[in-house]
Write a protein that binds this ligand. Structure first.
Ligand code: 5GP
Length: 127
């Protein structure tokens, strides 16, 4: 049983909202009108980039429920651009979106992790 019910209300003071507003710095990789991509502060792979929408969406569920078509398209276009720009398309990569407490989501602003630059191995330990 999960500890929280999804989706949660959006917290406008979460750390990624502050990055979108330019209140705290981030190592930018790419951006467009509706999305930003920047390096994770605590990388778990040689390439570890976070892609986020600029809009106020707590998680994948609220993004897919409430974002406009152009926001959704530009978000995924930016994921592709980052994969190509950082040459992750040469040998492959992993895309992760943690959602809610069971998913281990720490920052309550929708994001995907783009991980690559080495063989990443199994996705999770076996049950
Ligand atoms: P989650 O567990 O929510 O899927 O992942 C949140 C990610 O955000 C973590 O990998 C963490 O290292 C990263 N992170 C947390 N705070 C900051 C920050 O201030 N700047 C950047 N660039 N990444 C952050």
């Amino acid at each position: 049983m999960s500890a929280t019910t999804l989706p949660q209300p959006y917290d406008p003071n979460n750390i990624f909202a502050r990055i979108v507003r330019g209140e705290i710095p981030a190592k930018l990789v790419a951006q467009n009108n509706h999305a930003l991509a920047f390096h994770d502060i605590n990388p778990l792979a040689p390439v570890h980039v976070l892609v986020i929408p600029r809009g106020p969406y707590t998680d994948l569920l609220s993004f897919t429920q409430s974002a406009s078509a152009v926001e959704v398209v530009e978000f995924w276009q930016l994921v592709r651009e980052v994969a190509q720009q950082l040459e992750l398309d040469h040998h492959g990569f992993r895309l992760i979106s943690n959602c809610g407490s069971n998913g281990g989501q720490e920052v309550p602003h929708f994001h995907v992790h783009l991980l690559g630059g080495k063989t990443l191995g199994k996705m999770l330990p076996s049950l």
